[in-house]
Ligand binder design. Structure first.
Ligand SMILES: Nc1ncnc2c1ncn2[C@@H]1O[C@H](COP(=O)(O)OP(=O)(O)OP(=O)(O)O)[C@@H](O)[C@H]1O
Length: 255
């Protein structure tokens, strides 16, 4: 079951302001600029049930009739207790798993009409996914980690300056050569966010970005996510962090 809630008046005003096309604040050092599709991601009547097959795990009905429209330049938070289905919704939205029923739309096009290759190609162009913990490759520097998604297309050199700018943007301009083991948890999370933006992402999907961070580090992540929306990028985040919930433009609470 889901409960679509609008946030407090202040959040609502923020949302109204940010949905006016062309009203996005743009920083002087804007790195990523979303091409404006008003609703880059939409989930319609999504049901997610696991298991129940022969010899499989016990059946679990996680999500029933979930609906969400993600607008460019806004942050939507999926909140709820542990095990309520937040990650499941994020992976379905990112086209990494299929829902049991319901439809996922990317920039107005249903995934049902796409083959696996098209889904993979469009995901690369549209969505940056940061999973829980934002796993980085240990043997690589922060800069190399950020450039990793550019390897398959042979675009590492082309994107090197952008990667440096993104690391600057997340406050790690002076940590580019650090390996993950030489970074704090919050810094690793920021590298993972920079990596998710390197291909010109229009939808940033982030799973529990502030979990296990202290308040100051968590607030820094939240402010980076908010900055990202002001460049027109849509952010979908799973979290039960009250501050992140408060700062989101819209919220769905799983119950
Ligand atoms: N592949 C799977 N097969 C069977 N059950 C699964 C699978 N993935 C998740 N589940 C179950 O679905 C439920 C929802 O899991 P999900 O990870 O989406 O929750 P969550 O809200 O993100 O939890 P958390 O906050 O702890 O990360 C859990 O009860 C989990 O055990």
């Amino acid at each position: 079951m889901t409960n679509e809630l609008n946030l407090d008046r202040e959040a609502h005003d923020r949302m109204t302001a940010s949905t006016r096309r062309g009203a996005h604040k743009t920083r002087a050092n804007t790195i990523v600029k979303a091409t404006d599709h008003a609703t880059p991601l939409e989930l319609s009547n999504i049901t997610i049930h696991y298991g129940g097959g022969k010899g499989g795990a016990e059946p679990v009905n996680v999500v029933d009739d979930f609906n969400m429209t993600l607008h460019a330049g806004e942050m939507h938070c999926v909140a709820g207790r542990s095990g309520s289905g937040k990650t499941s919704i994020l992976t379905v939205g990112a086209g990494l798993t299929l829902p049991t029923s319901g439809r996922v739309f990317w920039e107005g096009d249903s995934l049902e009409t796409m083959g696996d290759d098209e889904i993979a190609d469009r995901r690369r162009a549209l969505i940056g996914y940061v999973d829980q913990g934002g796993a980085l490759i240990d043997g690589m520097s922060a800069l190399e980690n950020v450039l990793l998604p550019a390897v398959p297309d042979g675009e590492v050199e082309k994107r090197r300056d952008m990667a440096k700018d993104l690391l600057d943007l997340v406050g790690l301009g002076r940590r580019m050569r650090h390996r993950p083991a030489q970074l704090s948890g919050g810094e690793r999370q920021r590298v993972a966010i920079a990596r998710a933006l390197i291909l010109g992402t229009r939808v940033l999907v982030v799973d529990e970005p502030t979990a296990s961070l202290d308040r100051a580090a968590a607030n820094r992540i939240i402010s980076i996510l908010k900055d990202t929306t002001s460049d027109g990028i849509a952010v979908l985040v799973a979290s039960h962090d009250h501050e992140l919930v408060r700062q989101s433009d819209t919220l769905t609470e799983l119950i």
